[in-house]
Design a binder for this molecule. Structure first.
Ligand SMILES: [Zn+2]
Length: 305
């Protein structure tokens, strides 16, 4: 066990921001996460200084119980130095392509929310309802953190092979920053995505020419977090490629966990193990590491640290 202060004293991991955290009973047996003190304890154990907390409950595909935007804002208000809220708006709210979300965005921004997410409705990525929300988020300088899973059921935005719908949204909403996340997004780091693995965790060497590197190279408004099993898998399935990817996109990648369980504290969470390995074994430059660990996130989400 260690904590953030110890880490800094040892000159190790000077600052770590998790851009992708959660609270609440995301599934029924996760009752322990009702109290945000448990999230703080986990952050201390893992050396995470600040977590952006993402609501999930505004979508019927998301989760119920203690994890809507109000819950998140309340939890963050108890630890204002450690927890910062995102808000979540379902693009289907109002069910109109020109629904005006201004009053929601104004209120959420005034109450400290720095972005929108985790956006995961089962809609096409460029559905007109989504485009309407993305555009308005951009006007409020609120990045949109999304989960993409190309399955018919479950949760997550849908796209086709090569991510043409994401590309369409990037073109149509140049003033909106998108933060990529989720199995289908990360499967497309490779050019060769087996159909059966598009919503899962493909293994083996990366095929050059994947949609994610192409889109990140082409569109300044596409960023990504490296959280969850999907981010970890994408960056470790072909270790040499993973390092090259982190180095090339060091200005647009952000550390994250997506840990939903207090009991995760008892394991070496894969995304924590990854960032420690990069640092301890000097696999990336100090400059690139600092950007991914905290600087990019602080800059994008206007955080004074
Ligand atoms: Zn998440």
């Amino acid at each position: 066990m260690f904590n953030a202060a110890d880490c800094r004293e040892r000159g190790w991991i000077p600052l770590l921001i998790d851009v992708h955290g959660h609270i609440g009973r995301i599934v029924p047996d996760r009752r322990e996460f009702i109290d945000p003190a448990n999230l703080i304890a986990k952050m201390d154990a893992w050396g995470i200084d600040i977590t952006f907390v993402l609501p999930l409950s505004e979508h019927p595909e998301g989760a119920y119980l203690e994890c809507n935007t109000e819950d998140v804002i309340n939890a963050c208000s108890r630890y204002p130095d450690r927890l910062i809220p995102f808000c979540l708006i379902d693009p289907r709210f109002g069910n109109r392509r020109d629904m005006d979300f201004t009053y929601l965005l104004e209120e959420y921004r005034a109450r400290g929310c720095r972005g929108i997410g985790e956006l995961l409705p089962k809609l096409d990525f460029d559905d007109p309802l989504c485009i309407n929300l993305y555009r308005q988020a951009g006007k409020f300088n609120m990045p949109v953190l999304f989960d993409m899973q190309d399955s018919a059921d479950g949760y997550g935005l849908r796209d086709d092979y090569g991510l043409p719908k994401l590309e369409n949204a990037l073109k149509k909403c140049p003033d909106t920053v998108f933060i990529g996340h989720g199995p289908t997004f990360w499967a497309e780091i490779s050019a060769d995505v087996p159909e059966e693995s598009r919503a899962a965790y493909p293994k083996g060497p990366i095929g050059m020419g994947g949609a994610v590197p192409r889109l990140m190279r082409t569109y300044p408004n596409l960023w990504a977090d490296i959280s969850a099993g999907s981010g970890y898998n994408a960056l470790t399935r072909d270790p040499a490629f993973g390092i090259e990817f982190l180095d090339e996109f060091q200005d647009k990648l952000m550390f994250g966990t997506d840990s939903c369980l207090r009991s995760d504290v008892n394991i070496v969470y894969p995304n924590i193990a990854l960032i420690r390995d990069l640092r301890e074994n000097k696999k990336l430059s100090e400059e690139a590491l600092e950007k991914i660990e905290w600087k990019n996130c602080a800059e994008l989400l206007n955080l004074k640290v």
